[in-house]
Design a protein around this ligand. Structure first.
Ligand code: ADP
Ligand code: MG
Length: 886
């Protein structure tokens, strides 16, 4: 996306010298009406830009800068390949007003009539070439309400598919929810002082989104409500479940008015935007709260390090068959559900697909055959559909009965089936009508002709027959002339410039009858025309244009029929998108051995052999699974907070993230990467990664870290999951430790499920005093001067004083090693390194106590670092057992 700056008007045209020609006067008028847009001004086969727009186009699009008249810079792009240029302009953060010739140039007396037919902005694109098929493209409006407590309302529309949603938010969550919704463009009421409001600044810093200031009156409740009522043709919005004094209407009306202005500046906007669905009032309480930091830390859509999609959680689920599914799955991952019933409905469907291989295959094939019905329906309403769109739509909705048939008698799909049945009839009629009227392989553009079948329309048939018979008539006519004149080489031909002609070589000029009139002289032949041929030519040419015109009328009427079904089409698109995502869930679950999590109402967690979904895929069997038990009702495991210690690179961050991801996935209805999982319903997932974490270096400060932590402490409930990774590190050791200590105590008292990976080993003593806190550590083994990571999470605490142990193993005299350990203890407080444990840890005794044992000697000959962690672990465990039991 483009530069996330509020659009600033380029300097006004008024600063230019007065335009010299009528066309340029017209240009100046349109430019004045759209001062914040680059104006693409249609002149014949080109869209031209002038003045500063031309200079901008030259810089942005790399097209040549010329001069129209002296001192007037001009740059142009050919009309038939304008799409890529439009896209680049929008991607660069600009707005474009497209000004078309709305009159046939031949009919114009003087300058041809022109009009701005649409305004393109990042959030309002609908053309296929301008959009990513797998990404929703929303335009949203935000209205900050003054009140106690302060709140905000957010309205968003996906113009290409017509979805329209309204939500309200506590002011504190505005930035997070905007980031999660990820609109391409955000409208806000421009304050009187013209400054950008603080929240909008925060949004600008948090994401790439085009920010568009709008006149404040468009947000006024009365105007906004009137706009909504007019558009949907209702006297009250009650029928949509929205009270007429609902505060969210301000944002809803503002975004709707913006679309009406930009998309149909001269047209009947209600008809053009006829595919917009009535607004749906959403409550954010339906979804597990995920803030922007959590989406970022868990790498849901992109990785932290590179920002690429590859390696993200979304990439694991990139197996959808339709564009609609691809867009849907992003929303399902970012908006996990809170309701047990809703989650289980999805789970049941996934289970049904997993259990029935043939259902998976046939349903998969049916779904795959459905084109992007949601966006096609949008283009039809907006009068931007092509013949191929219509045919694809017909073929797609024709699948509805087959899909319904597959879901029949399957309780897991009862809801989808019921919705499908409700729209089956009109969709079948639509499919039939399109299939009956249109050819299977339509032309790309209507102007090429040939979309409609024979027998659909008598007038079109007649015009087509004339064209088709042209060849035969001409052949016969030529035959007749040859025998009449006796010129065997006589030919009847056609070319674009001169039309039809009779060609006779100069050698036979004397045999040419008087009825031939000379038309064109070639080097060795003469071309003629006859009254008969002329009449024929006129007939054929007019037949052609008649056919095209006839097709245009038929197409428009077909589009109207389709537009009338926009509700049914939207519902069909939703069902297909859902089925597609469910199929994808089933496929991922099957391929990677996921299990069906059981969601329970008690706030607990019991994951057995859990894996990190991304590393699980990239490392495959090299990945070491781990359990996670928190807040279980069995007495000995009642702790809700676990402190995880272990050296760098041991797998702490991976472990705590995997627990968060399994929890998140469980709430989407997906299966999860584990052997079994019981997960208490969760209201929020918080993650905080300390400022000193290398991944975070340069991006975060201790201040940010503490602000984020404060947010957790304010909002975490006993239903929340909290993931803390090395927080407190960005300040002096004692400050950091004290803070970490206090935070741990607070979260333990709150009884929210918490995983805290920490380098503060001092914290582990908290577990001695609090039943609710337990220690975990990541196991490692030392070999020679190397550490082998086993990635296994084990109960109990650990230390990181490997240096001392390495020294001991290396044969440093015992007295020196002891002195070093002593020094470390006193230094630890100042350096921030953890103090050594009071007793040698379990895992170290392996080598220190049995150092002379022959098994250890033998092991030394092996380079354990070349083994996989599991192999190394198994070998070491085997040895440990032999040593323990001599
Ligand atoms: P820490 O947070 O303890 O420094 P990380 O969680 O960042 O360690 O893990 C470091 C690397 O170790 C990861 O990038 C991954 O390659 C590997 N790793 C982590 N956990 C596992 C595991 N369970 N199985 C296999 N490899 C793992
Ligand atoms: Mg880490």
């Amino acid at each position: 996306m483009g530069a996330p700056t509020p659009t600033k008007a380029p300097s006004p045209v008024a600063s230019q010298p007065p335009p010299a020609t009528p066309a340029m006067r017209q240009y100046a008028r349109f430019k004045a009406q759209h001062p914040d847009c680059v104006l693409f001004f249609r002149m014949g086969d080109f869209y031209e830009m002038f003045h500063e727009d031309a200079v901008l186009a030259h810089a942005t699009l790399g097209i040549t800068l010329t001069q129209r008249t002296k001192g007037v810079p001009m740059a142009g792009v050919p009309y038939h390949s304008v799409e890529p240029y439009l896209r680049r302009m929008i991607d660069a953060g600009h707005r474009v007003a497209v000004c078309e010739q709305v009159q046939d140039a031949a009919e114009a007396t003087g300058v041809v009539d022109r009009a701005v037919t649409r305004v393109l902005t990042p959030g309002t694109l609908v053309d296929e070439a301008l959009l990513d098929e797998g990404r929703t493209n929303r335009v949203a409006a935000i209205d900050l309400l003054v009140g106690d407590p302060p709140a905000a309302v957010l309205a968003s529309i996906e113009l290409s598919t017509g979805t329209f949603e309204l939500v309200d938010l506590p002011a504190g969550r505005v930035v997070d929810e905007v980031v999660r919704l990820a609109p391409s463009e955000l409208l806000y009421a421009e304050p009187a002082d013209g400054l950008v409001p603080a929240v909008i600044e925060q949004i600008r810093n948090a994401m790439a989104c085009s920010l568009t200031p709008r006149p404040p009156w468009t947000f006024r409740p009365a105007e906004a409500r009137a706009c909504m009522q007019e558009h949907f043709g209702v006297a009250t919005l009650g029928g949509f479940g929205i009270a007429d004094d609902d505060p969210a209407l301000s944002a809803g009306g503002a975004v709707l008015r913006y679309l009406r202005e930009t998309q149909a500046p001269n047209d009947d906007a209600t008809q053009r935007l006829g595919h917009l669905r009535p607004p749906r009032r959403q409550s954010m309480d339906r979804f597990v709260t995920l803030d922007a930091t959590t989406l970022y830390n868990l790498e849901i859509e992109r990785t932290m390090r590179t920002g690429a999609t590859a390696g993200s959680v979304l990439s694991i689920f990139a197996r959808c068959r339709t564009s609609m599914g691809k867009r849907q799955i992003r929303d399902w991952l970012c908006f996990p559900l809170r309701s047990l019933e809703a989650i289980e409905t999805r789970q049941r469907a996934v289970a049904a697909i997993i259990e029935d291989r043939s259902l998976a295959d046939t349903l998969g094939d049916q779904v795959a055959a459905v084109q992007d019905v949601a966006r096609i329906a949008g283009r039809v309403s907006m009068r931007r559909a092509t013949p191929r769109d219509i045919v694809a739509l017909g073929v797609s909705v024709a699948r509805a009965p087959d899909i319904a048939g597959l879901l029949d008698d399957r309780p897991a799909f009862a809801d989808a089936l019921q919705r499908l049945r409700a729209i089956a009839e009109p969709l079948a009629a639509l499919a039939e009508s399109i299939g009956r009227q249109c050819v299977e392989d339509p032309p790309a553009h209507l102007r090429e002709g040939g979309l409609f079948r024979e027998g659909v329309d008598a007038e079109l048939d007649e015009a087509m027959a004339l064209q088709r018979n042209a060849h035969r008539w001409l052949a016969e006519y030529q035959q007749g002339l040859v025998s009449d004149t006796g010129i065997n080489s006589l030919k009847v031909g056609y070319n674009k410039v001169f039309g039809y002609y009779i060609e006779v070589t100069h050698a036979h000029t004397d045999k040419v009858p008087d009825t031939f009139s000379r038309k064109q002289t070639l080097k060795n032949a003469e071309r003629y025309i006859t009254p008969e041929l002329k009449t024929y030519e006129d007939d054929v040419t007019s037949a052609q244009s008649r056919a095209i015109e006839r097709e245009r009328i038929l197409f428009e009427s077909l589009c109207n029929t389709v537009a009338c079904e926009s509700r049914g089409l939207a519902a069909f698109a939703d069902i297909v998108a859902e089925l597609d995502v469910l199929l994808c869930f089933a496929q991922v679950a099957g391929r990677h051995g996921y299990c069906r999590p059981s969601l329970v109402s008690e706030p607990r967690m019991d994951i057995r052999q859990g894996r990190h979904p991304v590393l699980d895929e990239s490392l495959a069997e090299q990945f070491v699974p781990n359990d996670c038990i928190l807040g279980s009702d069995e007495d000995d495991e009642a702790a809700t907070l676990a402190l995880i210690t272990g050296p760098n690179m041991a797998g702490k961050s991976t472990y705590i993230r995997q627990v968060a991801l399994i929890t998140l996935l469980a709430h989407t209805g997906s299966y999860v990467p584990a052997e079994s999982a019981t997960i208490g319903l969760t209201d929020r997932i918080f993650t905080r990664v300390g400022a000193a974490d290398e991944l975070h270096a340069g991006r975060s400060t201790f201040m940010v870290e503490m602000t984020e932590t404060a947010n957790i402490l304010h909002h975490a409930t006993d239903r929340s999951l909290v993931i803390l990774d090395e927080i407190g590190r960005g300040t002096s050791t004692l400050d950091g430790l004290s803070l970490a200590w206090a935070i741990t105590e607070t979260l333990a008292a709150r009884r929210c499920r918490t995983l805290f990976a920490t380098h503060y080993h001092e914290l582990t003593s908290l577990a001695d005093e609090h039943d609710n806190i337990r220690n975990l550590h990541v196991s490692v083994r030392e070999w020679g001067d190397k550490i082998i990571f086993l990635y296994r999470i084990l109960p109990g605490r650990t230390n990181r004083s490997y240096g001392i142990h390495v020294a001991r193993l290396a044969g440093v005299p015992a007295a020196t090693v002891d002195r070093a350990a002593q020094l470390l203890e006193t230094l630890a407080v100042h350096t921030g390194d953890p103090a050594p444990p009071s007793s040698p840890p379990q895992q170290m005794s392996l080598f220190t106590e049995y150092i002379e044992h022959p098994a250890v000697e033998a092991l030394r000959a092996l380079d354990l670092t070349t083994l996989s962690p599991l192999e190394a672990f198994d070998i070491l465990r085997g040895i440990q057992e032999r040593l323990d039991d001599p």
